[in-house]
Design a protein around this ligand. Sequence first.
Ligand SMILES: CC(C)(COP(=O)(O)OP(=O)(O)OC[C@H]1O[C@@H](n2cnc3c(N)ncnc32)[C@H](O)[C@@H]1OP(=O)(O)O)[C@@H](O)C(=O)NCCC(=O)NCCS
Length: 255
Amino acid sequence: MDPWRTAIVSSSDGEIRVRGYDVTTLMQRGTFTDVIFLLHRGELPTPEERRLLDAILVGVADHGSGAPSCATARLAASGNRGALSAAVAAGLLAVGDEHGGAGSNCMTLIADGLARAGREGIEAGAAARRDFDEARAAGRRVPGLGHRLHTSDPRTPVLFGLARQAGRAGLGIAYMEALAEAAQTRGLTLPINIDGALAAVLHDLGFDAPFGRLIFLVGRVAGLTAEVAEELSREKAMRIKVPVQYDGVPPRDLP
Ligand SMILES: CC(C)(COP(=O)(O)OP(=O)(O)OC[C@H]1O[C@@H](n2cnc3c(N)ncnc32)[C@H](O)[C@@H]1OP(=O)(O)O)[C@@H](O)C(=O)NCCC(=O)NCCS
């Protein structure tokens, strides 16, 4: 069999190197966030990049047991108490376009919107307003906007503030702010949610769209492991009883 090709990790007897760096040195002098950046980008982050990525990971780690990923993990742990990995994996499977995964689609929206703006010679804000109106006219929801609970997502100004402090706020943030403003002026209060905020910051840091979802998965695993551990240690098996109301055909007999 031909060897697999990879540029991420090399390992031989007694030595592991991540993108060329000895893992034992990274363990002593690096952070977990450094290694996530290194794994995905091939280079270590600058202090500003580390701070921003770290803030994203903190922001997505857990935002409540009722969120689809956490609730799914707990439900799986409630019914299958012998499989920690199954419960955590079940939680990850609930991440998608609507929950936790909107960052990827949002990064594509930002990149496409800005590319079109460049072609047409218009500003990021004008492009965002037009993209918002086109999405609404087509009956599409704009990824990265809206939240079931928060009328203003408290994590967004923190991320944007850190990006500005670091001198790394660019057209991605400008585009997202213009999108939210377009919604507001059209009578819809749609906050830039954490997926939209991380998408803007990651765009400005030069990441590709898939990373908008992957970084959520990396961070959310931390929360899921805690949710599952608490479910197993504090709650009894099968404790989650979902209220269900049957509204199908009334009882009937076979002919
Ligand atoms: C997160 C989300 C499901 C929350 O939805 P919600 O608060 O329950 O909103 P509602 O379904 O009550 O919608 C209220 C109105 O806002 C509109 N709306 C909600 N989110 C919208 C969005 N992202 N883009 C455009 N319009 C949106 C709805 O179409 C509806 O308008 P209408 O009354 O004219 O039909 C929703 O905002 C959404 O799908 N966002 C995009 C996906 C996303 O970013 N997910 C990550 C969440 S952290």
